[in-house]
Ligand binder design. Structure first.
Ligand SMILES: Cc1cc2nc3c(=O)[nH]c(=O)nc-3n(C[C@H](O)[C@H](O)[C@H](O)COP(=O)(O)OP(=O)(O)OC[C@H]3O[C@@H](n4cnc5c(N)ncnc54)[C@H](O)[C@@H]3O)c2cc1C
Length: 554
């Protein structure tokens, strides 16, 4: 190693794989770091490591929101942290481009050694309506959104009188019977049933919690008897299991199942396996089902100095010859192994092939119960739950976090669950929505606060005649807009709109529309003409408010 130009080791990703690579490098290259021969840098979107195995407990509030995360700066004090999004990896020029931060400048970082640990991403591709209406469950923000969403549904149900709308609000659906889906449904079930006791108008029998799973037994990673135990326990607690059932799509009001069935729900969580990270997908290197193929030392063949670990890497275990599963246990060990091999390659010493026998598998089922298979031993119920908590408490990085979680767990045994709904969402100005054929987008008399642009599909505008029968007045397709008359006129909808086919639309709220119309005169003129034309086309003539309003706000 040269003492004048430090060797730069760049780690991409602040999850288990990336952080444990940095932690180990700081330890094994302590001397080189002190002498300035080596520098370590880590880039991640967030400045913290999320302890994902505990995310389901954030939903129920058993542990505090911030207790599942640990600041990377504290864990890796000798690593330079760049809290930025990675846009591109240029393997030829050995350069990584980071997105612009506060200013508008991108940042470029060169490297001598590169560790790619970018994990995978939630992907709803090929399932209509899921990216618009299903809640993912991977990051801390997802757990927080789900918790707030569930409380909001209970709040709305408490004051809703329409039985169909109530049923949708009080039905909670989780798709995916793997570990994260089962743990999420168990915590969600415990939480909504306990929280509902504080709502005067919600009866316990109105609550429905449903788990959808594509095979005939949940938790395929576990032995059959443990998975069956988990199934029985969930059912006893009131979770409805829908086995051999696949989710096919979603609307704002329903989960759509393969085969045509629909479950009316306002809360759909999807824990389907993730797809490849787009930054990884763009790389020109050997891959196996989107994961970067490494050799047994975790280096990418034909790319000297490039390593890959964690969920984004396809690694074959040297002792079993089997591909490593995407788990935190493996990502941590792979990170350590890559760090040791980088140090060995810098010193010219021997590297070690990656081999790791998983210590066991554990899944929490809420209510002081779990299932576990540890060192070949099968456990279920309270003992498994105690083991689950002990192991995860020990694994949680940082002493302060361990103390906080231990205190939270103790208090949770004594105190009722919190039902405070935190308003964390910023004002929405534009969103995507998906509608199934025949679904109402809005009805006559509704408040007109959104303008819609059709991306795909067809919709029909209908108007009531003599206060009863609805007659079609307009058919619209891709590129058309609707909803402008009530929105711009600041009055209720004067017609209803239904989707004729499966339709994807962009919805723009009142404030965003007004901002656009008041700053873009050609757009304002376009809408003035459109409202004039459409008001003139209606069977009963409109009140003309639309035109007045646009002009008065110029
Ligand atoms: C709910 C849930 C429960 C789980 N429970 C368990 C369990 O009990 N036991 C177990 O072993 N495993 C569990 N897992 C799986 C485990 O969490 C993953 O296998 C592990 O996190 C993989 O680590 P990783 O470092 O490869 O990826 P990740 O943890 O996904 O980290 C990837 C990192 O890269 C960053 N990143 C990605 N793209 C960019 C970009 N473009 N720019 C900047 N940064 C970027 C991300 O922000 C993140 O910090 C669970 C997963 C989930 C979702």
């Amino acid at each position: 190693m040269s003492s004048t130009t430090p060797t730069r080791i760049l780690i991409l990703g602040g999850g288990f794989g990336g952080v444990y690579t940095a932690l180990t490098l700081e330890r094994v290259l302590r001397r080189e770091l002190k002498r300035g021969e080596v520098e370590i840098a880590l880039v991640s979107r967030d400045n913290y490591l999320t302890f994902q195995p505990m995310l389901p407990e954030v939903v129920s509030g058993s542990i505090g929101i911030l207790d599942t995360i640990t600041p990377i700066r504290r864990l890796c004090p000798r690593t330079d942290l760049y809290t930025r999004a990675i846009e591109e990896i240029d393997l030829k020029r050995r350069r990584v481009t980071l997105a612009a931060g506060v200013g508008s400048r991108q940042l470029q970082l060169g490297y001598d050694q590169l560790v790619i640990a970018l994990g995978n991403v939630t992907s709803f591709a090929g399932q209509p309506g899921l990216s618009e209406h299903a809640l993912p469950f991977k990051y801390l923000g997802d757990a927080l959104v789900l918790r707030n969403h569930a409380i909001h549904a209970l709040e709305e149900a408490d004051i809703e009188r329409d039985p169909k709308a109530r049923a949708g609000l009080l039905t909670f659906v989780v798709a995916g019977g793997g570990f994260s889906g089962v743990e999420a449904v168990a915590e969600l079930n415990d939480f909504v049933r306990a929280a509902a006791r504080s709502f005067r108008n919600i009866r316990p029998e109105e609550i429905r919690v449903v788990l959808l799973h594509a095979a005939d037994l949940i938790l395929p990673e576990l032995p059959r008897n443990l998975a069956e135990f988990a199934q029985r326990l969930l059912m006893k607690r009131g979770v409805e299991l829908r086995l051999n059932t696949r989710l096919a799509g979603a609307t704002a009001e329903a989960a759509l199942l393969k085969g045509g069935e629909r479950i009316e729900t306002r809360t759909l969580v999807s824990t389907v396996p993730g797809g490849p990270n787009p930054v990884v997908a763009a790389l020109d290197c050997p891959k196996d089902r989107g994961r970067i193929v490494t050799d047994s030392f975790l280096q990418v063949p034909s790319l000297p100095g490039v390593w890959a670990v964690g969920d984004c890497a396809h690694i074959v275990d040297a002792s079993t010859g089997e591909p490593c599963p995407p788990t935190a246990q493996h990502a941590v060990r792979e990170g350590r192994c890559a760090a040791e091999n980088i140090a060995a390659s810098l010193r010219g010493s021997a590297q070690r092939a990656f081999a790791f026998k998983a210590l066991g598998k554990m899944g929490s089922l809420g209510h002081r119960s779990a299932v576990a298979e540890v060192f070949g031993l099968k456990l279920s119920g309270f003992l498994a739950w105690w083991l689950w908590r002990t192991v995860y408490l020990m694994k949680l990085p940082g002493l302060d976090r361990k103390i906080r979680v231990a205190v939270d767990w103790t208090l949770d045994l004594l105190l009722p669950s919190d039902i405070v709904q935190l308003r964390t969402d910023r004002a929405v100005s534009i969103r995507r929505e998906h509608f199934e054929p025949g679904q109402a987008i809005f009805r006559e008399g509704d408040h007109g606060d959104w303008l819609y642009l059709i991306e795909e599909g067809e919709v029909e505008v209908r108007k009531q005649v003599a206060g009863e029968r609805e007659v079609p007045i307009r058919r619209l397709g891709p590129g058309d807009c609707f909803g402008e008359i009530a929105l711009l006129g600041d009055h209720v909808r004067t017609a209803s709109t239904h989707s004729l086919t499966s339709a994807n639309v962009l919805a723009i709220d009142r404030d965003a529309c007004q901002a656009l119309l008041s700053t873009l005169p050609p757009l304002r003129d376009f809408f003035n003409r459109l409202v004039e034309e459409r008001v003139g086309m209606r069977p009963e003539s409109g009140d003309g408010h639309g035109l007045d309003l646009i002009e008065s706000r110029q």
